[in-house]
Design a protein around this ligand. Structure first.
Ligand SMILES: Cc1cc2nc3c(=O)[nH]c(=O)nc-3n(C[C@H](O)[C@H](O)[C@H](O)COP(=O)(O)OP(=O)(O)OC[C@H]3O[C@@H](n4cnc5c(N)ncnc54)[C@H](O)[C@@H]3O)c2cc1C
Length: 389
């Protein structure tokens, strides 16, 4: 079996890459190790409306809920309300990813990509200007040849390691997450909700994302280098305090890379997209939108390289340029900001939130808001100013 491109992993990044390659006339194989694309879901499923609309026609079959903004709670309970535009890349729609991921894979197949599930990539070997990808399907091993491999194999990516791309994650470059799908709980369904505090979620936050009918994804991300207990213990404490009447109907655990911008996501004949390339937002942990953007860019560059007959790292660097120009700088900036935020104590966070609570946030820009904060807390925020202004 020979293809122009083999895409490993059928999450949002992989499916967008496969679809883009196929639309440009390449032969593509999309390989997924799980038996069902999209399940089990390891995600709170939030995404900004504009980000989603860039890549798919929005269909209510994969939208579980729509929100108008976010409510943020300080360690002392002070609440601020952000509009959807101000709330980051996770707020707007809450997806039903079991359906959404499958929909994206179907779009790739419709464009001409071959899709195989329950098939794990277990290695790869570069020859002169091609790659042999080793696959295992129900105990049987076989090889597929291709000119380009797109590694979209998520946070635990092996493709990066096989290709010698440095994507290693230290303990302070990961958010360790646990999430419950809860029903029978009371909350404002117009908003996504976020709680901060060193006793609530050290180095991260607790979230509640509405899923309709008094159900919600209630989860936590903590930084293992700062947490004194497991994320589950922190989450159980939070749930007991706030939603003890609710029922937990699903549990998932997972990790989000919050490393920021990596130097390169390419090697000879290989590109990495999405969580495999550490493309998730270091502040929010949101990675669906960037994974789709990266998949799209990787598809474009794969088509260019194959037409040129040169799939070397030098040619594929164009992909680095595209994703870095789009959101790479944002990842680097957010990583710096995150490093500062995790050092802030609860008292400082409370002070900042008190100031914000007195602003009419919907009427002012983020820039104006930061200027106001610096005016009121010059000492606290002076070292953060470069990150915003
Ligand atoms: C608890 C939690 C909550 C989150 N909440 C949000 C949120 O609300 N909003 C948001 O934007 N992001 C969120 N994220 C992050 C988001 O889930 C990821 O950033 C996003 O899924 C990345 O997409 P991807 O295509 O890169 O990888 P993934 O969606 O992880 O897909 C990778 C795919 O590759 C497959 N695979 C892996 N190895 C192999 C192999 N060897 N062979 C074949 N297939 C393989 C996997 O089975 C998987 O299907 C959350 C993450 C977690 C853990």
């Amino acid at each position: 079996m020979n293809y122009d491109v083999v895409v490993i992993g059928a999450g949002p990044g992989g499916s967008l890459a496969a679809k883009t390659c196929a639309e440009r006339g390449l032969s593509v194989l999309l390989v997924e190790k799980r038996q069902e694309i999209g399940a089990p879901v390891r995600c709170a499923e939030g995404i900004g409306k504009k980000d989603l609309q860039k890549f798919v026609e929005v269909d209510k079959k994969f939208i579980a809920a729509e929100v108008v903004g976010a409510k943020i709670y300080a360690p002392d309970g002070t609440e601020i309300t952000l509009t959807e535009e101000m709330a980051g890349n996770e707020v707007g729609y809450v997806l039903e990813r079991k359906i959404f991921d499958r929909h994206l894979a179907r779009l790739a197949a419709k464009a001409g990509a071959d899709v195989i599930v329950k098939t794990t990539a277990i290695g790869m070997e570069r020859t002169k200007d091609s790659v042999k990808v080793k696959l295992r399907r129900m105990g049987e091993e076989f090889e597929v040849g291709c000119k380009i491999v797109i590694g979209a194999d998520g946070v635990e990516s092996r493709v990066g390691k096989w290709a010698g791309i440095d994507t290693t994650l230290k303990l302070n470059e990961i958010e360790s997450c646990v999430q419950y799908l809860m029903t029978g709980i009371d909350f404002d369904p117009e908003y996504c909700h976020f709680w901060f505090g060193s006793n609530i979620a050290p180095g991260g936050y607790v979230w509640l994302f509405p899923k309709g009918n008094n159900s919600a994804n209630v989860g936590i991300g903590v930084m293992p280098s700062l947490a004194k207990r497991s994320p589950k213990e922190y989450l159980d404490e939070f749930v007991e305090r706030n939603y003890s009447n609710g029922k937990i109907v699903e549990v998932v655990a997972g990790a989000v890379p919050v490393k920021g911008e990596i130097e390169t996501a390419v090697a000879d004949n290989v590109m990495l997209v999405g969580d495999a390339a550490r493309h998730a937002d270091p502040i929010t942990g949101g990675g669906i939108a960037n994974a789709m953007k990266a998949g799209y860019y990787a598809g474009i560059v794969a088509a260019e390289a194959i037409q040129k007959g040169d799939c070397s790292a030098k040619t594929l660097r164009r992909y680095d340029e595209l994703w870095k120009n789009d959101f790479g700088k944002d990842l680097a900036r957010k990583r710096k900001l995150q490093q500062k935020l995790i050092k802030m104590d609860d008292e400082t966070l409370n002070k900042i939130m008190h100031t914000l609570a007195n602003c009419k946030l919907e009427e002012i820009s983020v820039k104006a808001m930061i200027k106001e904060l610096i005016k009121r807390h010059p000492k606290l925020l002076w070292d953060l100013k470069d990150l915003f202004l």
